[in-house]
Each structure stands twice: as structure tokens, then as C-alpha cells.
Design a protein around this ligand. Structure first.
Ligand code: SAM
Ligand code: SF4
Length: 314
């Protein structure tokens, strides 16, 4: 084990500016501090999921009235990827609802999407739930760069979030993906009633993986009316910045990304997050089923902070 919880908790609890100074120093040793990686994301199959993830609009068990959308055609996805590239994205993420790829035919379509998006000159990422070794090998062969599979929260809090899968199942898929030679994108959600201790435990779990995730997305819970997740204790902005700083310190070489809920953070808080170690963002107007950033708002934000967009490392 690389990190003990107590050690990480001690760092998380440092005086705020000392924590930021340490995180920023590690950030600049490993990355260009003025550079940010930009992704776009598209839901290629939406709703109708049998799992009971408490936060999710796509679970049939949450009673959310969301129209089900079957798997999109690869041509539709390719057109969206071209548009994303035109807006400056370097990576295109494709997300499918469900616990795992549901049929051979669907899985083939996903592989076709990966091949064509890669051919456009974008890094590719998919999130499809659990995978077998054969599926991971097939995705690698198709040109997949990243697989997103979030651990979502601490092992202790996990059963409060989902009962239809375990955090050990998630870790098993992460290992399968890494063994196939695909980068892993794995992080979690904050603001579901978990404590700061749970949040730190989640980062310790990720940092202690044999290979830490190449990308660590942190989502702030977006409350979906009807979904079970308890949003009554949203995370304090400074605690969110602390969490980012800790992610940067524990995983110095990983991209740290703000995913859902960025639109609830002021620009000043986002700037603090970038100083503390964030170097990846989603720029799309939608993040799957929820709103993200208004068209072009980022161009102005990046200009005022002298940020440049990282080109894909293809
Ligand atoms: N079905 C796949 C799975 O479960 O791995 C992938 C899709 S899932 C929608 C992708 C991720 O989006 C989740 O792991 C979760 O971290 C994030 N997410 C989903 N709904 C969210 C919400 N309401 N607020 C914040 N993050 C959310
Ligand atoms: Fe289904 Fe994934 Fe949503 Fe869980 S997070 S309910 S597995 S779509």
C-alpha cells in the first residue's frame, strides 16, 4: 500500500494555503500549469438501466421519467465527434447506460465508433460498465485510449450508493482494462451525504491501485429529481478545492478533471481548482443528461487565465 488513510487525511487537513502551495508545486513539476486538456462527451445509449445507482437519471429503479434512447448509429456519433473537434476538444467520450455491453451487436457498434472517432484525430474514451478481458482486448485493438469506470465513493459508503454492484466489481474491471493496455479514467461523485473522510478514502483507494488512473474525474452531485441520492449536504467549495489538491498530491502524474457540477462553481473557485491541480475539463454544453457549460463561456475564461488547450497526444 502506497498511502495510509491517516497520512492522506493529515495532508487534506493542512492549513488551506499550505495545502495549495504543496499541490501547485507538484502540479508544476509534472505538467504545464497553463495547459488544460479538453474533452467532449456524448451519451450513445441513454436510460433504461437495471442498476440502482442512487445518483443516476438513467436507472429505471429511480423512477426518473427519462426517454430511453437506443444505441446511436456510428455515423451520428462520428458527426458529433467532428463538431467537438471543431470546438477544440482533444478527447471524445462515449457513454452507454447499463451495467455492461448488452449484446455482441451493440459492442461491435461501439468498436466501430472508436475506430472512426480515432480516425478524426481525437483521443477516444468509452464508458460501458463492466467488461470481460476479451472485450477490453477488442476495444484496445479498435484504438481505444481511455476507459472511464468510476469507483464513485469510499468502500464504506459504496453500499449506500449502489446495491446492484460492489466496489470490488469496479476495481476488477479497472484492472482488466489496464491489463489490456488502455488508460483508465476513474474518480467519483461528492455531495451524496458522504463525509470528508469518505472522500479522502476514495482518493486513497485510487492512488493505491497498482496503476493509479491516468485521469481522475471529480463530479459534484447534480441532483436528479426522483433519484435517491441525498443532496442535502453539498460539499463546501473550499473542501472541493482541498480534495483536488489532495488528488494532485497523491496522484502527481494523473490528469485531475472537474466533471459534473462545474457550472455550480464560480469562476474564482474554478481558478483555485486549476491552481490546486485540475488540468482537464469537459467543455460540452451537456454532460450526458445534465447541463454543463454554455457555448463559448470557456473560451473567455481560458483567455482571462492565459490557459491554452492541450493538443491530443496521438
Ligand atoms: N453505465 C456506465 C457505468 O455505470 O459505469 C457509465 C455511465 S455513468 C452515467 C458515468 C458516470 O457519470 C458515473 O459513474 C457517475 O460518476 C457520473 N454521474 C452520473 N450521474 C451523475 C449525477 N447525477 N451527478 C454527478 N455525476 C453523475
Ligand atoms: Fe446504470 Fe451506469 Fe447509471 Fe448506474 S451509473 S444506473 S450502471 S447508467
Amino acid at each position: 500500500m502506497k498511502y495510509a488513510f491517516e497520512e492522506a487525511w493529515n495532508v487534506f487537513s493542512y492549513p488551506f494555503f499550505r495545502l495549495l502551495r504543496l499541490a501547485h508545486e507538484i502540479h508544476t513539476q509534472n505538467f504545464d500549469e497553463q495547459s488544460v486538456q479538453i474533452s467532449d462527451i456524448l451519451s450513445v445509449k441513454t436510460g433504461g438501466c437495471s442498476e440502482d445507482c442512487a445518483y443516476c437519471a438513467q436507472s429505471v429503479r429511480n423512477g426518473v421519467k427519462m426517454p430511453k434512447q437506443p444505441m446511436l448509429d456510428p455515423e451520428t456519433v462520428l458527426a458529433a465527434a467532428r463538431e467537438a473537434k471543431g470546438r477544440g476538444a482533444g478527447r471524445f467520450c462515449m457513454s452507454a447506460s447499463g451495467p455492461r455491453p448488452s449484446s455482441e451487436d451493440e459492442f461491435e457498434k461501439i468498436c466501430e465508433m472508436v475506430r472512426s472517432v480515432k480516425a478524426v484525430g481525437l483521443e477516444t474514451c468509452v464508458t460501458l460498465g463492466s467488461l470481460t478481458e476479451a472485450q477490453a482486448a477488442k476495444l484496445k485493438e479498435s484504438g481505444l485510449d481511455y476507459y472511464n469506470h468510476n469507483v464513485d465513493t469510499s468502500p464504506e459508503f459504496y453500499p449506500r450508493v449502489t446495491s446492484t454492484r460492489t466496489i470490488e466489481d469496479r476495481i476488477r474491471t479497472i484492472e482488466i482494462v489496464q491489463q489490456a493496455g488502455i488508460n483508465v479514467c476513474s474518480g467519483g461523485i461528492v455531495g451524496m451525504g458522504e463525509t470528508n473522510e469518505d472522500r479522502v478514502k476514495m482518493l486513497v483507494l485510487l492512488a493505491n491501485l497498482t496503476i493509479p488512473p491516468r485521469c481522475v474525474p471529480l463530479n459534484k452531485l447534480v441532483k436528479i429529481p426522483g433519484a435517491r441520492a441525498d443532496d442535502s449536504k453539498p460539499i463546501d467549495d473550499f473542501d472541493f478545492v482541498r480534495l483536488i489538491a489532495l488528488a494532485r498530491i497523491l496522484m502527481p502524474k494523473s490528469y485531475v478533471k472537474i466533471a459534473a457540477g462545474r457550472n455550480t462553481l464560480s469562476e474564482s473557485t474554478q481558478a483555485l481548482c486549476l491552481f490546486a491541480g485540475v488540468n482537464a475539463l469537459f467543455s460540452s454544453e451537456k454532460l450526458l443528461t445534465v447541463d454543463n457549460i454554455k457555448d463559448n463561456a470557456d473560451a473567455d475564461f481560458f483567455r482571462r487565465l492565459n490557459l491554452k488547450i492541450e493538443s491530443p497526444l496521438l
